[in-house]
Design a protein around this ligand. Structure first.
Ligand SMILES: NC(=O)c1ccc[n+]([C@@H]2O[C@H](COP(=O)([O-])OP(=O)(O)OC[C@H]3O[C@@H](n4cnc5c(N)ncnc54)[C@H](O)[C@@H]3O)[C@@H](O)[C@H]2O)c1
Length: 360
């Protein structure tokens, strides 16, 4: 199989889906990789390193997208839709529940679309997890910095001071991203409450020391917590589905001016009612006096760490996908297949787009 690795074009997106080491590993399995020139440059990988790993490097984007399988980090942007065609297998983060237009294009064009974020093994999400780890750590940095008055925040220092209580932090969803965000903000001295629907998750977070307190996710409790919060982190996920809206507009409106919401779940539509997607170029907006950070590709600004982590997770699954496509035996790849043969084939994505043809 020929595997294409294009330059990412989403705003501020500096990651690359395969490092030269990943390209080499895929090549050992008999596949050929065509890399668009400079695809790894922002992540610190030169074209010469890709050539040395066995790739063909080309400046022609059409040649890259003519491959049997295209592997990329982020969902195809509108400028990339012209490359989507029958016979193409696409493998990347797609977040289709929050992307009705892209889903319709993939269905209409007959693309076989496999999403990193729904690939599930042993109860975990091995392609999402490394990026959630990075986004969670980044969320702590962003939230603490955005609270400064220079950034439009309330001027509360997360850790407080002698005789002055720390900032109140509420983290919604205590999976991989929520845990790392909680851990980071607690490390900065914040008072962190973790919220989840899953009591066993909350017990684990109590035991591993990521939180000061836990709260089951019920609307009245969440409202009470959010009203008193300096920082709210949104990280609730039901795989493949649109994110559950856990924090209401009324709760956000009741927060003190200069409070901060970091909604990581925005890539699945957001778990805070007042969120809307923002970009790395313009990451924040203020609503009801609360600063919102809702960037859909947070790890894109840490491309050296994020590309290495992503490529390591992607490579073995890509090799399997390409070999299955070559043999004509491609299956659902552990829940990754979202669209195939002109229909949505993932139940949660189909639920988000009842108007599109589906086959479950
Ligand atoms: N914005 C970005 O750049 C970025 C980067 C990485 C991950 N993410 C997103 O962060 C989100 C979290 O990812 P993750 O890997 O941590 O997921 P995860 O599956 O590890 O954890 C999600 C948690 O949410 C909980 N949850 C589900 N419904 C809930 C509800 N109603 N109330 C409270 N909790 C609820 C689940 O029980 C689970 O513990 C996802 O949407 C993911 O796509 C965003």
């Amino acid at each position: 199989m020929v595997i294409g690795l294009p330059v990412e074009v989403k705003d501020g997106e500096d990651r690359v889906a395969l490092t030269p080491s990943g390209v080499h590993a895929v090549g050992v399995d008999g596949h050929r990789v065509v890399v668009e020139a400079s695809a790894g440059a922002a992540a610190g990988y030169t074209d010469d390193e890709y050539r040395a790993a066995g790739a063909e490097v080309t400046g022609d984007v059409d040649t890259v997208w003519a491959a049997d399988v295209v592997v990329k980090v982020k969902e195809p942007q509108p400028s990339e839709h012209r490359h989507l065609r029958r016979g193409l297998t696409l493998f990347g983060f797609l977040h289709l529940a929050a992307e009705p237009e892209l889903t319709a294009v993939l269905v209409e064009r007959g693309v076989a679309a496999y999403a990193f974020e729904t690939l599930s093994e042993a109860g975990g999400l091995p392609l999402l997890a490394p990026m959630s780890e990075i986004a969670g750590r980044a969320a702590a940095i962003v939230a603490a910095a955005t609270l400064s008055s220079a950034s439009g925040g309330s001027g509360v220092l997360v850790g407080g001071a002698a005789g002055v209580p720390p900032g109140e932090v509420v983290v919604i969803g205590m999976g991989v991203a929520g845990r790392l965000a909680a851990h980071g903000l607690r490390g900065l001295g914040g008072h962190v409450t973790g919220v989840d629907v899953d009591l066993s998750r909350l017990l684990a977070r109590r035991l591993d020391g990521a939180v000061d307190a836990t709260q089951v996710s019920e609307p009245r409790h969440v409202d009470e917590l959010v009203r008193g919060a300096d920082v709210v982190i949104g990280a609730a996920l039901v795989p493949g589905r649109r994110a559950p809206v856990v924090v209401s507009e009324e709760s956000v409106a009741a927060m003190a001016d200069g409070g901060v919401v970091v909604d990581l779940a925005i890539d699945q539509g957001g778990c805070v009612a007042t969120s809307r997607p923002t970009t790395l170029s313009e990451p924040t907006f203020t609503r009801h006096g609360v600063v919102h950070y809702a960037v859909t590709n947070v790890p894109g600004q840490y491309p050296r760490t994020a590309s290495a982590a992503l490529s390591a997770a992607v490579t073995p699954r890509l090799t399997r996908l390409a070999s299955d496509v070559a043999a004509g035996t491609a299956d659902d790849l552990a829940g990754a297949r979202n669209v195939a043969d002109g229909a949505v084939v993932h139940p949660a994505v189909a639920e988000a787009h009842p108007d599109l043809p589906s086959r479950l």
